[in-house]
Design a binder for this molecule. Structure first.
Ligand code: ATR
Length: 287
């Protein structure tokens, strides 16, 4: 950062709170590794100041911004263009400034898909069980439906799972089952599952002793993907590993969404390992 000059291009992230974001360390490490004259800054932006912040992208000639909670939905009407997936998801996490024209994208769900593909798992035709029906589950289930996976959604609150299932049926013309998150339903759904994805906050700090799935239902022939990254090894992943299952943690999704955003900001291929290393180090320091 000591080498900022008059030519340095600026990107950043807006959210509230913002101090725990991993994005500044990931992106700055990548700029440094590739020798790019860019810098990436965190901006705490209050809800009521979002319109001014977005207008500021143009006024300050920023390259673009990532967007995190609580602004991912509210930012949409403030943009000039919207990528079709972001539009369908109703959430934007990346804004690119093309000469004052602001385009919104979502790299969260594509980041999830890249994390799966990078482990050699091609979703087409796979039986995938999704736990949760919130914002993260929405993006993930949309992208998996688009990729041709067979989905089942389980959520603590059944109507939310049913609503998500009906959106998938509407957009992707696929029928899928929505069930309440209970041991009985998990047992049924996991019978033929290739991949289990946890998008619920069960197991996240401070509830690290929680798990959404009883250990006895985890099997060696499944892949268990927990999008929680705090902690990196959740109880679910620990028990999945013990059962002989293949596991993918939430850091991979976080890094891949950053990789995809980086490529939109710079037009260059992002250094995945550098970004993952920087995020891993930053997470260890958070503790
Ligand atoms: P995100 O954007 O991360 O998906 P969210 O939209 O707040 O966050 O959704 C959180 C999800 O975690 C929801 O599916 C929620 O279930 P409800 O719809 O029933 O609220 C789920 N969740 C949170 N805590 C949970 C717990 N202890 N057990 C099971 N599910 C939980």
């Amino acid at each position: 950062m000591s080498s900022i000059t008059g030519k340095t291009r600026i990107c950043g992230i807006i959210g509230d709170p913002i101090e725990h974001s991993m994005s500044p360390v990931m992106h700055n490490a990548a700029f440094e590794a590739l020798g790019l004259d860019y810098a990436y800054l965190p901006f705490r932006v209050r809800r009521e100041e979002l319109p001014e912040a977005i207008a500021g992208i143009r006024a300050l000639n920023l390259v673009g911004l990532n967007v995190t909670l609580p602004h991912k939905v509210d930012v949409i009407p403030l943009l000039d263009k919207l990528d079709p997936l972001a539009e369908r998801m109703g959430a934007v996490n990346t804004i690119v400034n093309n000469d004052g024209v602001l385009a919104g994208y979502n790299t969260d769900a594509p980041g999830f898909l890249q994390a799966l593909l990078s482990k050699g798992i091609e979703p087409e035709g796979k039986n995938i069980v999704i736990l949760g029906a919130g914002g993260a589950a929405k993006g993930i289930s949309f992208i998996l439906a688009e990729a041709g996976a067979k989905l089942v959604i389980l959520n603590r609150t059944l109507p939310k799972a049913e609503e998500l299932a009906s959106q998938i049926t509407q957009y992707y013309h696929k029928k899928l089952e929505a069930m309440v998150l209970s041991e009985e339903n998990l047992s049924k759904a996991l019978g033929g599952a290739d991949v289990l994805v946890n998008t619920t906050s069960a197991g996240m700090v401070p509830g690290v002793d929680q798990t959404p799935v009883p250990a006895k239902l985890l099997k060696s022939d499944m892949t268990v993907f927990d999008i929680v990254y705090n902690p990196l090894e959740t109880r679910l992943l620990r028990e999945a590993k013990a059962a002989g299952a293949r596991i993918i943690d939430g850091l991979d999704m976080l890094v891949w969404q950053g990789v995809l955003a980086f490529e939109k900001f710079t037009g260059q291929k992002a250094p995945f390992e550098i970004m993952k290393g920087a995020a891993t180090k930053a997470l260890a320091h958070e503790k």
